[in-house]
Write a protein that binds this ligand. Structure first.
Ligand code: E4P
Length: 215
């Protein structure tokens, strides 16, 4: 299972990359805004900066919601750096655009996916990744991890190559549950990744080993 970090914060991307477990990065317009990255040129440069830190796929989201606009933006993003994956929303023109990009050999990430039917369409259009948002489903009392399991089953039965990228991860338990459900990728905040390190018995055990060593 691949680990992506879900942030536009360069320090956090560096920290996760230095940790040695990072396979890629996902961003979205809200995450870019959180870092204060505004204006076309700054946004583009920020994507290049991210690509220069991590050796893996970097999802960059289009803002347009009409076919021609998505294609124009997506082509410009794809030209920025070979690691860029064009992130396209799960809407009708988005699916058409994913088919267009797939036929051109451009990687895509179909975002804002909340149902198995949507995931099926993304796979039919040839998306490289499909991003079900599990935390946002949990927020409205649906089981996000169950959706991951359902999509993984459908893709396995029918041999779709689209990778299931579990998104909107809120905690370390989500990562474990997605691993059990067979997600190909999890994209997480740094905190959730580092949370996997923690166990009180590790701390107690280490303290005792060091104390015994010093006796
Ligand atoms: C996915 O690619 C999105 O950037 C992200 O996971 C959304 O997560 P949120 O629900 O925490 O905003």
């Amino acid at each position: 299972m691949k680990f992506f970090i879900d942030t536009a914060n360069l320090d956090q991307i560096r920290e996760a990359n230095d940790f040695g477990i990072l396979d890629g990065v996902t961003t979205n317009p809200s995450l870019m805004a959180k870092e204060g990255i505004k204006g076309h040129d700054k946004v583009m440069q920020h994507y290049i900066d991210i690509c220069n830190i991590v050796d893996g796929d970097v999802s960059a989201e289009v803002i347009a919601t009409d076919f021609d606009g998505i294609i124009k933006e997506g082509l410009a993003l794809a030209e920025l750096h070979p690691q860029i994956v064009v992130k396209v929303p799960m809407i009708k023109d988005g699916i058409k655009a994913i088919r267009y990009f797939t036929d051109k050999g451009i990687k895509t990430n179909c975002t804002l996916v909340f149902s198995a039917g949507q995931a099926l369409l993304a796979a039919k259009a040839g998306a490289t990744y499909v991003s079900p948002f599990i935390g946002r489903l949990d927020d409205i009392s649906y089981d996000g991890v169950e959706l991951i399991q359902q999509i993984v089953n459908i893709y396995t039965i029918h041999g779709f190559e689209t990778e299931v990228l579990a998104a909107s991860i809120r905690n370390s338990m989500h990562i474990i549950k997605c691993a059990e459900a067979g997600a190909d990728v999890v994209t997480c905040p740094l905190e959730s990744i580092l949370g996997l390190l923690k166990h009180p018995l590790t701390d107690i055990g280490l303290e005792k080993f060091l104390a015994d060593h010093n006796k």
